[in-house]
Design a protein around this ligand. Structure first.
Ligand SMILES: [Zn+2]
Length: 125
């Protein structure tokens, strides 16, 4: 990976061509459209896809809206966060750890259900 800063110039409706320096984790701006506003510029990292047997359950990715005017941390912010499609929000590190712990608990619940089902089906003790 190159250590040179990646600089991209993106067309916007309200500010014309806008030049930004992408963070190292940004995959580029393939979804940027010429009729986007400067506030729509979004640095996005590669998706982490949550999938099960080919079914896409959701995805997560680093995001940052460097020109956000709303500064709503759960939706768009100039501070980097992790966008979680499952809940339609962007989380900070504390909330992301909380979500991971919650998913751990749900995984335990699924294992408990599997244990119960094994007994019901006569495969358990
Ligand atoms: Zn970028």
């Amino acid at each position: 990976m190159s250590t040179e800063p990646r600089i991209v110039t993106l067309p916007t409706v309200d500010y014309g061509d806008v030049t930004v320096t992408c963070p190292a984790w940004c995959i580029g701006h393939p979804n940027h459209k010429a009729d986007d506003y400067r506030a729509d510029i979004l640095h996005q990292g590669p998706d982490v896809t949550l999938a099960f047997h080919g079914h896409d359950i959701g995805d997560a990715a680093l995001v940052q809206s460097p020109f956000s005017t709303a500064e709503i941390p759960e939706l768009c912010s100039s501070t980097p966060g992790v966008s979680i499609s499952l809940i339609g929000r962007t989380l900070d590190p504390v909330a992301l750890y909380d979500l991971a712990a919650t998913l751990d608990r749900h995984a335990d619940q699924l294992r408990d259900l599997a244990d119960q089902l094994l007994v019901i089906l006569g495969g358990g003790q």
